[in-house]
Ligand binder design. Sequence first.
Ligand code: TMP
Length: 210
Amino acid sequence: MKAGGRFITLEGGEGTGKSTLIAGLSDALRDRGRNVIVTREPGGTRLAEDVRALALNPPDGESWSPLSHALLMNTARDDHLNKLIRPALERGDWVLCDRFADSTRAYQRVDGQDIETLINIEHAVVRETRPDLTLVLDGAPENLAERRRERGVQDVFEQKDLDFHASIRAAFLEIAEVEPDRCVVIDALQTPEQVLADALNVIDERLEHS
Ligand code: TMP
């Protein structure tokens, strides 16, 4: 049970500014006296970070099938939920997580895994620990490409072409449309200050007064 804690996830394609937003949000929420845990997926615990390295940077010449990727992401997620997210929510902390289950639904589906299998695995792993709020950072991939180039480091997903990123964008927008009670889309092409202001407004409306 959440017992006062709040679980907020940030989703979106590469270069949408999730890291900048999460830093701004954690400062703002701490200023309000909240205990805030910032974490990410895949990752967040020692084992899950090891899985992240294996999933995102396989040895040269090797690659994972979409199903293997989905299982690896969920293996990391199970450890992350058990050891970090659920205990934090039980303490009453606010958990800000950079990517969560929607990223598996988007990326592994676009890579070819059927959505039924993905949802079945997700339900087995996430169970009742669904996010209270998911902020979907959205922008046209061609406008975000410059930001991706500036970041430099590339993993297996970042190297893909604009069509792939357009499909990822569409997949996130579809999730947001199907689950409007949980998801809010924010325009990622605004200034970082405006993105943060929008996110805080949503949090005020949906979580602070609930
Ligand atoms: P990032 O969080 O630093 O952007 O990188 C994580 C990468 O992993 C990103 O390309 C999306 C991908 N990913 C998946 O494919 N499935 C998942 O379930 C998660 C959490 C991430």
